[in-house]
Write a protein that binds this ligand. Structure first.
Ligand SMILES: C[S@@+](CC[C@H](N)C(=O)[O-])C[C@H]1O[C@@H](n2cnc3c(N)ncnc32)[C@H](O)[C@@H]1O
Length: 348
């Protein structure tokens, strides 16, 4: 957690009277300290109640001297607090970093830490030349631990958002077929099928198979069919009532994203719906949201040649593919996300 600066100190950093990059250096150190603490099981042990440093060292099987140093940084950065010589998790740690926390942000932090450490090399060269190295999904496929954290993160977001997403899409009465391109875990397709009993879904994804999706969601695929294929090149089924592209376009360079939108539009029957959900770069939000979105977009560009595309750019792609796009709708459950529904023209 960022250091809790006094207004006077924050102003001094902002005015350049103190070296602002020091705050990022502290963040970098804190990030590693949190990873070490989680690996020792420290936050979970403290979740059971406050302990002295020696008790904690014995409980997690650590050297008291080393642990004391680690606790020093965790305390200075707001992850633990000390009262009467006993350490306890802060409210923020209890809420986000214990196994019993509603969201395990430590796993997300670990995933991002590894992505930045292993995938952001050569950033200056890429920016200079305009040629990002890409290859994110190829790299991810070689790292089963990270891959499961990545797909689990998508699943967690989908669990949180699916109900609202389904409620925002006016599926045609009697719709029978839904195609989810880059659908990963398949939870969105499943939620549409649950809400519309006559609907069956096909999920096409290059990395997630029916078996791995069942492992991710903990339940059988139901009315979904999986195909492991590249959405840019695979033969896609036609005459779909609805095709969705959720959080997929940002992973492609603009020319590929344009081609993918056109391919997706080509899967629809006359009057069928193409639904796109994306994180949009133009958003309100607090400075932390905005800074994360900027870092996310840079990461997409460097590791996938993609990026967060503006709403109007995506609308233009939908219209170029012959679809009539409605207004973007922001999700109340995740204001950084928005979806747009576009209708395929009548054939003839
Ligand atoms: C950010 S995830 C989004 C997953 C899901 N649609 C969601 O919104 O939660 C992007 C998905 O696209 C898949 N993907 C990326 N490139 C692909 C490609 N060329 N062909 C098929 N799937 C691809 C990935 O495996 C991943 O599951």
């Amino acid at each position: 957690m960022p250091v809790d600066l006094s207004p006077h100190e924050a102003a001094a950093f902002r005015r350049g009277e103190a070296p602002a990059p020091m705050l990022d250096l502290i963040g970098l150190m804190a990030c590693h300290a949190v990873r070490a603490a989680r690996s020792l099981g420290l936050f979970d042990v403290l979740a059971a109640g406050p302990l002295t440093s020696d008790e904690l060292a014995a409980a997690v099987g650590a050297d008291p001297g080393g642990l004391g140093e680690l606790l020093g940084l965790l305390r200075a950065t707001g992850y633990v607090e000390r009262h009467d010589g006993r350490y306890a998790n802060t409210a923020a740690t209890a809420a986000w970093l214990c196994s019993a926390s509603p969201v395990d942000y430590g796993r997300i932090l670990g995933l991002w830490q590894t992505i930045v450490e292993e995938q952001w090399g050569g950033l200056a060269d890429a920016v200079r030349s305009g040629t990002p190295p890409g290859g994110f999904y190829t790299w991810l496929a070689t790292r089963p631990d990270l891959s499961s954290a990545f797909h689990d993160l998508q699943r967690g977001m989908a669990e949180w958002l699916a109900e609202e997403v389904v409620s925002l899409v006016p599926l045609p009465e009697g719709g029978k077929s839904l195609l989810d391109l880059g659908g990963g875990h398949g939870l969105y397709a499943e939620a549409f099928c649950r809400a519309h009993p006559g609907l069956s879904g096909t999920v096409i994804d290059s990395a997630v198979t029916e078996r791995s999706a069942e492992r991710l969601t903990g339940r059988p695929a139901g009315r979904l069919t999986w195909r492991a294929a590249d959405v840019l090149t695979a033969d896609l089924p036609g005459e779909q009532d609805v095709t969705v592209l959720f959080n997929v376009l940002h992973g492609f360079a603009a020319p590929d994203a344009v081609a993918l939108v056109a391919r997706a539009a080509g899967t629809l029957r006359a009057g069928g719906l193409l639904v796109v959900m994306e994180s949009l770069p133009e958003r309100g939000g607090n400075p932390a949201d905005l800074a994360f979105a900027a870092g996310f977009s840079l990461n997409l560009w460097h590791t996938q040649a993609g990026g967060l595309y503006p709403a109007e750019t995506i609308r233009g792609w939908l219209e170029a593919a012959g679809c009539a796009a409605g207004p973007w709708q922001e999700l109340t459950r995740s204001p950084g996300h928005a979806l747009v529904t576009a209708t395929a023209p009548p054939r003839g």
